[in-house]
Design a protein around this ligand. Sequence first.
Ligand code: ADP
Length: 286
Amino acid sequence: MINVSNLSFTYDGNAKETLHDLSFEVKAGEIFGFLGPSGAGKSTTQKILFGLLKKYQGSIKVMDKEIKEWDSSIYEQIGISFELPNHYSNLSALENLEYFKSLYKGSCHETLEILKWVGLEDSANIRVQNFSKGMKIRLNVARSILHNPKILFLDEPTSGLDPVNAKMIKDLVLRLRDAGATVFVTTHNMTVADELCDQVGFITNGQIRAIDSPQSLKKKYGKRSIVVSYLAEGKINQEEFPIEGLGVNNEFIDLLNSGHSVESLHSQETTLEDIFIRITGEELDK
Ligand code: ADP
């Protein structure tokens, strides 16, 4: 759905390139996560992908057509949810959606139905100026999917949401993917990335450092082990064993049979965040 080859970009007036030679592909029906700390170049890449910044080098094909050759009809095919919501504050949630719906030529979802998907059905008639930040973010997501877009661009879709609403949005994104949408997410939140994405691209300083599925990254870089806590001579001790070959690991078996009281057995998995730091040498912002 999206093919990017050798993309470079410099903002007017900036001496330094913001994006250097990015190449990646987003396949139809997958959730692709673009991950990196603030200032890495995620939003800039996204703005180029949906045609907002035009003076780039390289090639970008969206649905097999160079982005520079698309006219405004591309906005019938893609949905965009920016990190900072922009709504008409004097209008209600429903009126906002009805207005944006009227701009599309193609068929759209029922506005009240969409509000249900983001948990705002009870606030449909409330003016947006009285909405909390989280409600505005959810309305933003609702607006981006009104016209059933083939590609959905989401910028930090769960930032500013409490865990319950963040889960609602993540579940909605997974449902849209399962119904055939392609999703491009930018985030600095590795948990979101791990839970949502089929593929992730790590970006720092405008360069891609790795592209793979979270599962495969964990397999390549992850360390899977069991930590046994046990009571011996009046104090708690801990020993770590690799999960690989655990059943024939004599030290592990001897410990279990030693007569010490085992207090807990915990499996340890490397997180995507650990892997990001290991590959890029950089921390993500919290
Ligand atoms: P991210 O989305 O990963 O936080 P951005 O794409 O917003 O990163 O920014 C990448 C770099 O480009 C940063 O150094 C930022 O300061 C710079 N930048 C972003 N927008 C502009 C702009 N409009 N003009 C000049 N520089 C910009």
